[in-house]
Design a protein around this ligand. Structure first.
Ligand code: PEP
Ligand code: MN
Length: 344
C-alpha cells in the first residue's frame, strides 16, 4: 500500500530543503491545486517519520485505489477548473458548443456568433480529427487551430480542441484554452502524461469501452504530473443497441460526483448521434448534476464534412439554452447571462 500525505501548506516554498530531501529519497511530491502531495510507500516508515517531524500539520491518507488523486476523500472539496474567466465546476453551468470540425471561416464565425449569442461560454472545434478511416477528412490541422483561436478571441470565448499526438501538446496549448483528449485516446498514457505536464485545462472524454475505474485511472495520469485542471466528459459507451450512436451512461454523473472531486460534463451529441436526441439528453444531464455540456452546433449542418446529423442548428441550440435556463434553478445551478462580446 501507499500513503498519500497532504502537507497542505501552500505558503511553503516547493524548493525548500525538506521537499528536495524527500524527492532525493525517491518520493514523488506533486502540487495539486492548493495541496502538496507526497506519495510514500508504507514500507518506508523512516520517511513517514521524517514527514511527521517536518510537517506536523500533514494529513495522511491511506490509498485505497489506483487513482487516489482523483478521489473526493483525498481532498474533501470540489475542484473548479478556471478557463479564462469561465469556471467549470462552480455554480454556473457551462455550455461548450461549436462545430465538430473546424472547416471554413464563414461557417465558424456564424456558428460562434449563434452559440455565444445564446449563452455558450466556450467554443468547441476539432482541428485534428481522430477518424475511424484514414481516408476520411482528418481535420484542417494547424490552419484550423489558428482559425479557431482567432474566432474565439473575436467572440470572447475560450476554445476547446482535441489533441491526438503528444508531440502537438506544447504548440496546441498556446492556441487552445482546453486540450481535449478524445474517447479513442482515453488510455493513451503518453498523451495523458504530456497534457499533464502542460498544466493546461484538459477535457478528458471517457473511452467508449472504459469502466469508471479505467477512466479515473486515465485522469490520475494527468493529475500525477501535477495538473489539477481536469474536466471529465461522459460521451456514451458501447453497448449492444445501435438505435443511438453510443449509449449515454448518465448514472455515471452522480457516481463521479460522489467519488471524485473533478468537474463532470456530458456530450449528448457524440453519445446519441441524432440531433433530435441531443436536447432531451442535455436536459437529463443537467438534471443529473452535470457541471456542463459539450454540444455539436453548426449553422450549416447539412454541408459539414463531420458529424452533421448530430449538430444543432442555431434555432435548436437557442431553444435548448432556453430550456436549460428554465431547468437549472431547480437543481440549484444557473446559466450565465448571454454574452455577445465581439472584439474590435
Ligand atoms: C469530438 O468531440 O469531436 C470527438 C471526436 O468526440 P469523441 O472522442 O467523444 O468521439
Ligand atoms: Mn464528432
Amino acid at each position: 500500500m501507499m500513503l498519500l500525505v497532504d502537507v497542505h501548506d501552500p505558503g511553503r516554498d516547493p524548493h525548500a530543503a525538506e521537499f528536495v530531501d524527500l524527492q532525493a529519497q525517491g518520493v514523488r511530491v506533486r502540487r495539486i491545486g492548493r495541496h502538496r502531495i507526497a506519495m510514500i510507500s508504507d514500507d518506508r516508515p523512516d520517511l513517514v517519520q521524517q514527514v511527521r517531524q517536518g510537517w506536523p500539520e500533514a494529513r495522511f491518507v491511506a490509498v485505497q485505489s489506483g487513482s487516489p488523486l482523483t478521489e473526493r476523500d483525498t481532498f474533501g472539496e470540489s475542484t473548479v477548473v478556471q478557463v479564462g474567466d469561465v469556471l467549470v465546476g462552480g455554480r454556473e453551468f457551462v455550455v461548450m458548443a461549436g462545430p465538430c470540425a473546424v472547416e471554413g471561416v464563414a461557417e465558424l464565425r456564424e456558428t460562434a456568433a449563434a452559440v455565444a449569442g445564446a449563452g455558450a461560454q466556450v467554443l468547441r472545434g476539432g482541428a485534428f480529427k481522430p477518424r475511424t478511416s484514414p481516408h476520411a477528412f482528418q481535420g484542417s490541422g494547424g490552419a484550423g487551430l489558428s482559425l479557431l483561436a482567432r474566432t474565439g478571441r473575436e467572440f470572447g470565448l475560450p476554445v476547446v480542441s482535441e489533441v491526438v499526438d503528444p508531440r502537438d501538446v506544447e504548440r496546441m496549448a498556446e492556441d487552445v484554452d482546453i486540450l481535449q483528449v478524445g474517447a479513442r485516446n482515453a488510455q493513451n498514457f503518453s498523451l495523458l502524461a504530456e497534457v499533464g505536464r502542460s498544466g493546461s485545462p484538459v477535457l478528458l472524454k471517457r473511452g467508449f469501452g472504459c469502466t469508471v475505474e479505467e477512466w479515473l485511472g486515465a485522469a490520475e495520469y494527468i493529475l500525477a504530473e501535477g495538473n489539477p485542471n481536469v474536466i471529465l466528459c461522459e460521451r456514451g459507451i458501447r453497448s449492444f443497441d445501435s438505435v443511438t450512436r453510443f449509449t449515454l451512461d448518465l448514472a455515471v454523473v452522480p457516481v463521479l460526483k460522489q467519488r471524485c472531486h473533478l468537474p463532470v460534463v456530458v456530450d449528448p451529441s457524440h453519445a446519441t448521434g441524432h440531433r433530435d436526441l441531443v436536447a432531451p439528453m442535455a436536459l437529463a444531464a443537467a438534471a443529473a448534476g452535470a457541471d456542463g455540456l459539450l454540444v455539436d452546433a453548426h449553422t450549416r449542418a447539412t454541408s459539414t464534412k463531420c458529424d452533421g446529423p448530430q449538430a444543432l442548428c442555431a434555432d435548436k441550440f437557442g431553444r435548448l439554452m432556453a430550456s436549460l435556463r428554465a431547468l437549472l434553478p431547480t437543481v440549484n445551478r444557473t446559466l450565465p447571462s448571454r454574452r455577445l462580446q465581439v472584439a474590435g
